[in-house]
Design a protein around this ligand. Structure first.
Ligand SMILES: NC(=O)c1ccc[n+]([C@@H]2O[C@H](COP(=O)([O-])OP(=O)(O)OC[C@H]3O[C@@H](n4cnc5c(N)ncnc54)[C@H](O)[C@@H]3O)[C@@H](O)[C@H]2O)c1
Length: 344
């Protein structure tokens, strides 16, 4: 089997969740990792057996003749680095969000088409047991049509989360706050469940509990109306006492689907009930990092490499995300900033 030569760009907090799954694939040779801070790159290389470290990603791609790069960088670098990498001949798997503007994301998709490279985006929560159950019950028709949806993400990010980072909490580098960084996963699930035609978005946002610390929003709420008339409401904030379980509820013709953290429950009107929980035997050692990040990075990255081996597009492509979660997040900001309904 041909092994793909793989490199990881950015060796910060999330990078282990790429290093371990990439190194575990039978069709991958983890050639090198890259970070501006050499100690971080060295630590990652040691953890996952990459023979080389670099400070400059272009040099890494060129010298190692890489086939694939993973992008684990601050948000504003996703687009320029992905575009460079595709132009240099690599397929790309980038962390969420794919970019910090519509223009950047469009350019990424255009470059993927022009260079005939594959562009995947991490939205690992689609692989959670609960998300899979709800998606299957929607697709099989068991739940019937969705009548309304709501979700909330009530998490906690202390001031130090922002002050210790050189990019978090800024418009130009993070591209936003609670929405683009934390709630984006849940908004992606809402898009994925509801089918993708967004009609309009009416949102308000504020910085309520991190004033003087961040420029961006620490809270937002709003209404997303889909083309079929379904209303989906959301509420996100970063100043709760802790990271409470994310909650999603879909009120459907034949019952109610609920997600709490990774668990999903479907209660049908005829009394039947289905439940999916994370498999306790699916434990991955990513070499550190918060345990709640679970098994789903491993699953999406494995799926990504299986698709590459089969010559298929990645399971979650840049093209799909551009017209769904990314478009939604950018419209949330436009509506929140201008106090107006954004119509498509
Ligand atoms: N999917 C998830 O659940 C999840 C969770 C956490 C973070 N993330 C995402 O992962 C990405 C990275 O987040 P993080 O928390 O690891 O950030 P981080 O700040 O911990 O790490 C970023 C790393 O990139 C390095 N870097 C910056 N510019 C560079 C350059 N030009 N070349 C090489 N290295 C460079 C920094 O030195 C740093 O080590 C973000 O997109 C974030 O949203 C995703």
């Amino acid at each position: 089997m041909k092994k793909l030569k793989v490199g990881i760009i950015g060796c910060g907090r999330i990078s282990r969740f790429h290093g371990m799954p990439a190194a575990a694939q039978s069709n991958v040779e983890l050639r090198a990792v890259c970070d501006l801070i050499p100690e971080r790159a060295k630590q990652m290389a040691k953890l996952f057996g990459a023979p080389k470290t670099y400070k400059d990603y272009k040099e890494m791609i060129r010298k190692e003749k890489l086939d694939v790069v993973h992008i684990c960088l601050p948000h504003y670098l996703h687009a320029p680095v992905a575009i460079d990498a595709m132009q240099m001949g690599c397929d790309v798997l980038t962390e969420k969000p794919m970019a910090i503007s519509m223009e950047q994301a469009e350019e990424m998709v255009k470059t993927a088409k022009k260079t005939k490279r594959k562009l995947g985006v991490i939205f690992q929560n689609r692989y959670n047991a609960g998300s899979q159950l709800v998606k299957q019950c929607l697709e099989s028709g068991r739940l019937g049509a969705i009548k309304a949806a709501k979700c909330n993400v009530t998490w906690y990010r202390p001031n130090e989360y922002y002050t210790e980072s050189d990019w978090k909490g800024t418009w130009d580098k993070e591209g936003g706050g609670a929405i683009i960084d934390q709630a984006i996963h849940t908004l992606d699930l809402m898009c994925w469940f509801l089918g993708y035609g967004i009609k309009e978005i009416d949102c308000s946002m504020a910085n309520r509990a991190h004033q003087g610390v961040i420029e961006v929003e620490d809270s937002a709420e709003g209404l997303i109306t889909f083309k079929n008339g379904v209303h989906a409401s959301f509420w996100a904030m970063n100043y709760y006492s802790h990271d409470a379980q994310v909650e999603i509820e879909l009120a459907c013709e034949n019952g109610i689907a609920t997600i709490r953290a990774e668990e999903g429950t479907v209660k049908l009107n005829d009394g039947r009930e289905f439940c999916a929980k994370p498999n306790p035997n699916e434990v991955f050692n990513y070499g550190g990092g918060p345990s709640y990040w679970g098994a789903s990075h491993f699953k999406e990255i494995t799926d990504f490499y299986q698709c590459l081996a089969a010559g298929k597009q990645p399971p979650i492509t840049g093209e799909e995300i551009l017209s769904t979660a990314h478009k939604m997040v950018m419209a949330v900001y436009e509506s929140g900033r201008n106090g107006k309904v954004v119509k498509f």
